[in-house]
Design a protein around this ligand. Sequence first.
Ligand code: DQA
Length: 149
Amino acid sequence: MPSPALPVVHVLNGPNLNLLGAREPEVYGHDTLTEIEQMLRDKAATLSLGMVFRQTNHEGTLVDWLHEAHEQNAKAVLLNAAAYTHTSIALLDAIKAIRPPVIEVHLSDPAMREPFRHVSFVGMAAAAQVKGLGARSYLRALELAATLP
Ligand code: DQA
């Protein structure tokens, strides 16, 4: 008998996160996005979750991927929208339009940084926020996603 499909969490990453490891390591740490993906895959396996992991530098692509998470009946979305967090009403509207809960993730704590990072359009519709823990923000957010009904 094939085992029933695992619940799937979509992990969506926005602009400049492809440069993690080299990009402002004093702010974002030394882990590359590929290393973060591997840590998350290991954790997802222990939590009996499937995982889709993606990165784009384009706002509309993030909107499309949020819609896909809905269409594919994802259990939850972890979204690090990077700078679009602070600018994108399109992402706010997309999060409000879809069923899967969205957990906002940041490596740094934007509230402790420049004032323009204090606004989060993502946070206005997200189910939860995990920030300021470096790569561990993603791991904590995945644990949180696993506890969602
Ligand atoms: C970030 C914080 C954002 O303010 C910034 O624009 C990023 C990364 C973080 O993970 O700490 O690109 O989302």
